[in-house]
Design a protein around this ligand. Sequence first.
Ligand code: CU
Length: 147
Amino acid sequence: MRRFFVPIAVSVAAAGGVAGYALDAGGAHPGGDVLGPGEVTVELGIEHSRFSFDRLEVRPGTTVRFEVRNTDPIAHELIVGDHGVHRRHATGTEAFHPPVPGELSVGPHEAGSTTFTFDAPGTVVFACHLPGHLDYGMVGDIVITDE
Ligand SMILES: [Cu+2]
């Protein structure tokens, strides 16, 4: 039996060189598209303590603006970065992360955005480090392609 991942809502708006991608629940990125380079906007939903996707592919030199919408009645966060960043947050006590690129706290039923630039090919992890959330599955990969 074959399984298909169908993004529920994918919209691409090319205006001034900025592409907007809306991703919805289902765990897939839109049709295997590789985003970038340049500035792109990605909608990242959080529902039932899950991110709306767990993998994103971008080209080197892509600045992603993550529009995070938390529809849960509890707080979450988005932390994007290398292993050192995640190690620090896994044991850290910072309550809020608005000012650092790639780090965002979102309260219950709140939305926010943060921007992160992906330059070198490789894999960058994004996760929520509130207690228990990563183990529950709030983690994913952003793959920077080698092209
Ligand atoms: Cu969380």
